[in-house]
Design a protein around this ligand. Structure first.
Ligand code: NI
Length: 266
């Protein structure tokens, strides 16, 4: 992967954050690249030893690394996701599916209105998938009705970092069946790499409830009393997290490059 510089002589790590760019810089960027990365997370319980912000922290880290490698701008992280089933646990903050759909639709339409034509959503939470896809469909229709200049070229792609092939294979190799489906050692490992203070929470845990169905918050807490679904996050290590971040960023950078095609900065 060739690292492409975006306009303006600013440090690389700063350059890819939309928050740290001025509007003339964004205008200038758009003359060279119509792509943008949107990190999408969740703010929800991750078992008794995992950080509430796990899904947002991980999505943001992968997004910033993909941005650094490709030179594609990264928007602020949408840190509230669809986590209705986790509301039985303190600290969880959830958007209803229709709310998340409306938020993402408006974000995409804002970006499309300025000329962005490829919105690459890097997602850290399975519960967001349905709403994100519905939001894309809504944004396409609305962009068309508003007759936005690039409406017919607007494309969004949802890329779930934790489902990238190399990440799944590495998690399988490291943790086998102990990976589970929620508060997984792979996502916890990434947070330990990003935020070493979280090591203080790590401790051996009793056998988790097996992964299974997901319904409402009370039902979820009954089935999964400590919030885990078949996972053993005590297996997580910070160096695993560094490796998983690299694998995710490599896979998603390739995905993004393919998605952008000739829209990529030159
Ligand atoms: Ni998670």
């Amino acid at each position: 992967m060739t690292t492409k510089a975006i306009p303006g002589a600013v440090p690389e790590a700063t350059a890819i954050r939309l928050q740290l760019r001025s509007w003339p810089e964004v205008e200038s960027y758009l003359q060279q690249c119509k792509g943008v990365i949107l990190p999408l997370g969740s703010t929800e319980q991750h078992g008794p030893t995992g950080a509430i912000g796990t899904d947002a922290l991980t999505a943001e880290a992968v997004a910033l690394e993909v941005g650094r490698r490709t030179g594609v701008l990264v928007t602020p992280t949408q840190a509230f996701g669809m986590a209705e089933h986790h509301l039985g646990f303190p600290g969880t903050v959830s958007l209803q599916p229709s709310t998340l759909q409306a938020v993402l639709r408006d974000v995409v339409l804002s970006l499309a209105g300025h000329g962005f034509e490829r919105v690459f959503v890097i997602n850290g939470h399975g519960g967001n998938i349905a709403s994100a896809k519905a939001a894309f469909a809504e944004a396409y229709g609305e962009a068309h009705r508003r007759q936005l200049p690039g409406a017919d070229r607007l494309q969004c792609r949802l890329s779930n970092w934790f489902m990238a092939g190399p990440v799944l294979r590495e998690a399988r190799q490291l943790y086998g069946d102990r990976e589970g489906q929620h508060a997984t050692p792979s996502e916890i490992a990434l947070t330990l790499h990003l935020e070493p203070s979280l090591q203080r929470l790590q401790r051996p845990l009793p056998e988790p409830a097996p992964a299974g169905a997901i319904h409402g918050p009370a039902d979820f807490r009954r089935r999964y009393p400590d919030g885990r679904m078949g996972s053993d996050p005590f297996l997580a290590q910070a160096d695993h997290g560094a490796r998983l971040l690299d694998l995710a960023a490599t896979a998603l950078s390739q995905d993004l490059t393919e998605f952008l095609g000739d829209e990529l900065a030159t």
